[in-house]
Design a protein around this ligand. Structure first.
Ligand SMILES: Nc1ncnc2c1ncn2[C@@H]1O[C@H](COP(=O)(O)OP(=O)(O)O)[C@@H](O)[C@H]1O
Ligand SMILES: O=C(O)[C@@H](O)C(=O)COP(=O)(O)O
Length: 419
């Protein structure tokens, strides 16, 4: 059984659907599951944590609690630590400390990993991470509000955060079926973290084959898909988890707190298409309650037939910087996340049954405010962006900041006559 621990909520849905696509029956929990979780039959559990940007000690403690839960529930045969395909973290960030803690707790000498996700344009070559055709540090990720990425060399990024050394399994090792040999070599050199190069899905499939027996693996959803494919090949009855996923229906609303380049395009697209849109302005009002009240009062004035509305705080880099300079990075984010959480609650009270949220931290705030414990993985609105169907409450589409075509937010909130 695979047990995945994801460092944010959109990442959790991304890895959950990567497993399910390969026929692995996957349960998704938001936060630590209850001790005696009643659950249908499953082959994998994904625990979504919001640990990407919290304090280090907190991230470590929560991740270790998740590991203990997985072990206690027989779901730790292989543990997968899911981080972002753009390695979102700061030099003081949490990927290193969490990996150090998991590897120590599991007594694992070497942890293979890669953020490569070619279907999203993330590739790793000679240990460098590319986003599309540029290095990570030259991509729009350098302007991320909380985790600006200005370096692209993965071993250096991780070593700045970890007590241990990192190395690279290069492409010739992957393509020459030499991953296991190279891992043994790196281990002999005292390296604890091995970044595996992958340019194409086939490289991830090969890495998955080679790493199917590794107790602790890490990375983005791409490598989890490679592992799932390897497990599905050896498992009787594989394919059972790939049944068609249900599509939710009902009134929709879109909440965007991501300032990533792709979300900005998607927000712009919705506004251009004439959807009613309301911007949360933290410079004008620093009180989360009154920001939320303002947005909900605006929502109450909307007439039927306008299409699902958009409530957003997304700003392009120069304007975002001005807000952050005036209010502080953490303070502005926490005001907006609190406001969006309250708005989500208000929308559900007003009859919204499909909530689309853009941004990992933002999604975490929405799910926590709604108190959703987890859900079934539904149809994918875009690659890596599945609907999540909780046993009660609204269907949720938690969209990673950089995922989806420019029309995703518009399209995902269509398709209901009441909108
Ligand atoms: N106008 C703004 N000013 C300051 N911070 C903002 C603004 N809009 C959004 N944020 C914050 O930026 C962060 C975006 O992160 P996140 O939701 O994870 O998006 P992404 O998926 O693109 O990383 C959130 O903490 C959000 O509250
Ligand atoms: O790996 C990825 O890119 C995503 O699964 C992910 O983690 C997204 O995080 P956000 O961009 O913060 O939504």
């Amino acid at each position: 059984m695979i047990g995945a621990i994801a460092d944010d909520f959109t990442g959790a849905t991304d890895v959950a659907v990567a497993l399910r696509r390969r026929g692995i029956r996957t349960l998704l929990y938001f936060g630590l599951p209850p001790q005696r979780a009643e659950a249908p039959e499953h082959d994998a559990v994904v625990i979504a944590l919001k640990t990407r940007t919290v304090h280090k000690a907190d991230a470590v403690a929560r991740s270790l609690r998740a590991l203990r839960w997985l072990r206690a529930h027989g779901a730790a045969e292989q543990v997968y630590f899911k981080y972002c395909s753009t390695f979102d973290s700061t030099p003081d960030g949490n990927i290193g400390p969490v990996l150090d803690a998991l590897a120590d707790a599991m007594d694992v000498p070497i942890v293979p990993m890669t953020p490569s996700s070619p279907e999203h344009g993330r590739t790793q070559y000679n240990g460098y991470l590319f986003v599309g055709d540029v290095l990570l540090g030259e991509s729009p990720m350098r302007h991320h509000p909380l985790t600006p990425m200005t370096d692209s060399y993965l071993p250096r990024l991780l070593e700045a955060q970890s007590a241990y050394r990192s190395g690279v399994v290069t492409l010739p090792h992957v393509r020459g079926r030499g991953v296991e040999r190279r891992l043994a070599e790196l281990r002999g050199q005292g390296v604890r973290y091995a970044f595996v190069d992958a340019l194409e899905d086939d490289d991830l499939m090969e890495a998955g084959r080679a790493l199917a027996g590794a107790p602790l693996v890490a990375g983005a959803a791409g490598l989890a898909g490679g592992l799932a494919a390897a497990h599905a090949r050896t498992r009787a009855g594989a394919g059972h988890g790939g049944a068609p996923a249900p599509e939710p229906s009902g009134p929709a609303a879109v909440l965007a707190g991501s300032c990533s380049a792709r979300t900005l395009e998607q927000v712009h697209h919705m506004i251009e298409a004439g959807r009613p849109a309301y911007r949360l302005d933290a410079l004008a009002d620093q009180n989360a309650d009154s920001l939320a009240r303002g947005a909900l009062a605006w929502y109450d004035t909307l007439r039927q037939g306008t299409g699902a509305p958009l409530i957003y705080s997304s700003l392009e880099p120069a304007k975002l910087r001005r807000v952050q300079e005036a209010l502080g990075v953490e303070r502005s984010a926490s005001i907006l996340e609190a406001a969006i959480g309250r708005i989500a609650r208000g929308l559900v009270e007003r009859g919204v049954t499909r909530l689309v949220t853009a941004g990992g931290e933002t999604s975490g705030a929405v799910v926590s405010a709604l108190g959703v414990p987890g859900g079934v993985i539904g149809a994918e609105a875009a690659r890596g962006v599945p609907w999540i169907l909780p046993s009660s409450g609204p269907a949720l589409l938690l969209k990673s900041g950089n995922f989806g075509d420019p029309d995703l937010l518009l399209e995902a909130s269509l398709a209901d006559p009441r909108n």
